[in-house]
Each structure stands twice: as C-alpha cells, then as structure tokens.
Design a protein around this ligand. Structure first.
Ligand code: HEC
Length: 269
C-alpha cells in the first residue's frame, strides 16, 4: 500500500552519490568518534563489547543454519526444464550480490538481487516467490547472497536515469513519515551510533551489507522487510516489498555502504 503519510520534507542538498556518502561519513565521524568505518557493519553492537561477544558466540553455531541449508537446497534443485539458478547469473552468482541493486538501462528501473532471483524463476517457466516469505525467498536469498560473502559492496550510479532513481530513494530516506513524523535519516543519520529514546541506533553506513538478518536468532528479515518494520515503528503504512519505492530506497541506501564487505546472514537482536 502506498498510503504513507507525507508530512514534511527535509531540505536535502543536491549532491553526487560520493558527496552524499561523505556527508554521512563526516556526520558519524563527529557523533561516534574513534570508531573505524569497518566496524559499522556491526551496527549498534559496535558500541558494546558485551553485545559483540554475544554476537560472536551466536555466530559460532548459528541457530538459523537450517534455514540457509534449506535455501541451498532450493538453489541447487534444477527447474522442471533442467536449468538451475546458478546459470542465470554471471560466475554462477559467486561475488555478484554486492552489485545489487543495480539500475537496468533497458528496463529503466532498479533491480534488486531478490528480483533477479524471481526473474530467473520466470525465465525458466517457474512461479516467482513472494518477497516477504521467509520460507522461500528468505531462505533462497540467505543462501544465494552467502555466495558473495567477503565481496565489497559496489553499487553503481552510472547514468542520469540511474541518478534519478537514486534521488527518489534519497528523497524517501529524508522524508518524515508516520504518526511520529520521523525520517529514516532522523534516526540512522542524525542519531546513528547514539541512543534515541532507549534504543541504540545503527548508522546508515554498514546496514545494507549483511542481509537477510535473523532477529532473535530465528525470525528472518530481508533488507526490505527490515525497512517495513521501521516504517511501522514510526506509525506509517509500509510500502510493499518489491515496490518501486522500496527498490529505489534500497538503491540509495546500499550505495552508502560501498566498500564494505558483504556477509549473509547474521544474528540481530
Ligand atoms: C524511530 C527511529 C527509527 C526510524 C525513523 C527508522 N528506524 Fe531503522 N531502526 C531503528 C531501530 C531502533 C533499529 C534496531 C537497532 C539498530 O540496528 O539500529 C533499526 C534498524 C534498522 C535496520 C537494521 C540494521 C541492522 O544492522 O540490522 C535498517 C536497515 C533500518 N533500520 C533502516 C531504516 C530505514 C530505511 C528507515 C526509513 C524508512 C528507518 N530505518 C527508520 C529505528 C528507526
């Protein structure tokens, strides 16, 4: 549903994507000084040794391994026509997820990694998966993304029409929404690395590289499902997963994590 309540737009500077990244980085450098950017991938946990120790011990024996194994099974099972997912992607999909979302010049839209998985299904005469189904798309994406673990995020905004989508995503990031009248940026830029009410907030940079996450060790969230929970938290009706609005948002949001290593999947509280 597109029934997001528009209240008020932040004035946002017009900048290149690299200038935007620099603004985010310098804000965090002031608000959370002394923390190397490489640590941002741990989100709010980077500020607590206890949280990081707990994270490490959970990641030694991830309670969600079974879900990833199920994803591997889906990935490896041939379609009815005998083809497999790996054949749809360059390099069998090894070290590819960090290029998504990408802007497709021919289709004139942003394509997420999950959309590429679904179009692989459709090209092979199979039914596409529901973007918010943890059992199918969730598990599949958790495994397929793990083939790119360690790859550095490298989102490209290479044309004026790509820039247009990036700008749309950025506008949504800075737009105040919901009953609480807060923007993504109000929490994760202005207050990233700080307490907001009683929650320690992760900075925007580093957020996009480790999805899906398993919250509480069990509940799987793709990146867009996580966006939806934050939209609900501020009293807004979230956009649908796979909608143009969230795809553009994911394009902008992921660009900001360029240069950081991917890791799928991880534990989150
Ligand atoms: C009221 C403050 C608030 C707003 C506004 C908000 N979030 Fe969040 N967000 C949180 C909290 C709290 C968490 C959980 C702690 C953390 O990881 O930051 C979170 C977590 C996340 C995460 C997961 C980070 C991780 O490492 O697992 C992402 C991604 C995210 N938010 C994106 C967004 C986006 C995109 C928007 C705008 C649509 C948004 N948030 C708006 C409070 C907010």
């Amino acid at each position: 549903m597109l029934a997001i309540l528009l209240a008020f737009m932040h004035t946002q500077a017009v900048g290149t994507p690299e200038e935007d990244r620099a603004v985010f980085l310098s804000t965090f450098a002031v608000n959370i000084p002394g923390i190397p950017v490489s640590q941002y991938v741990h989100g709010s946990m980077m500020l607590s040794t206890d949280a990081l120790n707990q994270y490490d011990s959970i990641m030694d024996f991830p309670p969600f391994q079974e879900v990833i194994d199920r994803g591997q099974e889906i990935w490896e099972t041939p379609f009815k026509n005998g083809n497999t997912f790996a054949e749809c992607f360059e390099n069998g999909a090894v070290n590819i997820a960090g290029k998504f979302p990408l802007y497709n010049e021919k289709l004139k839209r942003v394509i997420t990694f999950e959309m590429a998985l679904n179009s692989c299904l459709e090209q092979n005469g199979e039914m596409p998966m529901n973007y918010i189904d943890p059992e199918t798309m969730g598990a599949l994406s958790a495994y397929a993304r793990s083939l790119s673990d360690g790859m550095l995020m490298q989102i490209e905004v290479a044309s004026a029409s790509a820039m247009n989508k990036y700008e749309l995503g950025k506008t949504l990031y800075f737009r105040r929404i919901g009953q609480y009248n807060l923007a993504c940026a109000s929490c994760h830029l202005t207050n990233g690395g700080r307490y907001f009410r009683d929650e320690l907030l992760s900075p925007t940079i580093g957020q996009a590289v480790h999805f899906p996450v398993f919250r509480g060790g069990e509940r799987l969230y793709t990146l867009q499902m996580r966006y939806q929970r934050c939209m609900e938290a501020v009293g807004a009706v979230p956009f649908e997963s796979g909608s143009e609005a969230l795809n553009n948002l994911e394009y902008f949001h992921s660009y900001l994590s360029n240069g950081l290593p991917l890791q799928s999947s991880v534990y989150r509280r």
